[in-house]
Design a protein around this ligand. Structure first.
Ligand code: 13P
Length: 253
């Protein structure tokens, strides 16, 4: 049974009532044996602590959707990795395409965050992936190499030990049209081989897929050899649907 990481990225969604009902449902229905599956919920920052209070006694970990590049100081409106750690966060999503596109985050900026997260002994979930145009022009692998190289440049060859990569092709996010699982397998294999060239231990890095995942396609993705988990947006907003995804993943060796 391979280790799989199933992460709910709620993005800018949820409120107190939704979260309370959602977590109650999961608490009452989560499998007692998750078969090496690790479950993470990443709510908006303002609900992190509330979520942590509900999940800390069950087998679910807390994730954040972003973090600042500074640890403390005069940075109005930001949240640091030390603060996230302080309230129970274990995983931090960085480099999501929505942040790269809407907030102009560069590879270098994302790499700095990756460094801070690792230094604080939290686990970065580094999102990478190509646009539709880049895919059409056959540039997917070049784009991914560039995104990974920036991390290697700052952290050296062991960069991806105890880290997570989420391959999220931008064209598959929020569209309802996921990438083909066999295509994703090819890209994941490429990512793993590329990382192995630098560090043979890091080749065991968890590589998740994200982009229009639902309970209908979970099985096909998880069955692929190099897909070690899923990063789920809209389908993770519904507790029943998220539980279905967890159950399918737990049933696959
Ligand atoms: P969707 O599952 O809504 O396509 O979002 C994927 C995603 O961006 C997860 O980080």
């Amino acid at each position: 049974m391979k280790k799989k990481l199933i992460v709910a990225n709620w993005k800018l969604n949820g409120n107190i009532e939704m979260i309370s009902n959602y977590l109650k449902f999961l608490k009452n229905n989560l499998l007692s044996n998750l078969n090496k599956n690790i479950i993470v919920i990443a709510p908006p920052n303002i609900y992190l602590e509330r979520t942590y209070q509900s999940i800390k006694k069950i087998n679910i970990f807390l994730g954040a959707q972003n973090v600042d590049v500074n640890l403390k100081g005069a940075f109005t409106g930001e949240v640091s990795v030390l603060m996230l750690k302080d309230i129970g966060v274990k995983y931090v999503i960085i480099g999501h395409s929505e942040r790269r596109i809407l907030h102009n985050e560069t590879d270098n900026f994302v790499a700095k965050k990756f460094h801070l997260i690792k230094n604080s002994n939290l686990i970065p979930i580094l999102c990478i992936g190509e646009t539709e145009k880049e895919k059409k022009n056959g540039k997917t692998q070049k784009v991914i190499e560039k995104q990974l190289n920036c991390i290697f440049q700052i952290l050296g060859e062991k960069a991806f030990r105890n880290a997570v990569i989420a391959y999220e092709p931008i064209w598959a996010i929020g569209t309802g049209v996921s990438a083909d699982p066999e295509y994703v397998q090819i890209i994941h294999k490429f990512i793993r081989n590329y990382i192995q060239k630098n560090d043979s231990v890091s080749k065991n890095v968890i590589i998740q897929y994200g982009g229009s995942v639902s309970s209908l396609n979970t099985k096909e993705f998880i069955q692929q050899e190099d897909i070690d988990g899923l990063l789920i947006g809209s389908a993770s907003l519904h507790a029943k649907e998220f539980l279905k995804i967890i159950k399918i993943s737990c049933s696959i060796d």
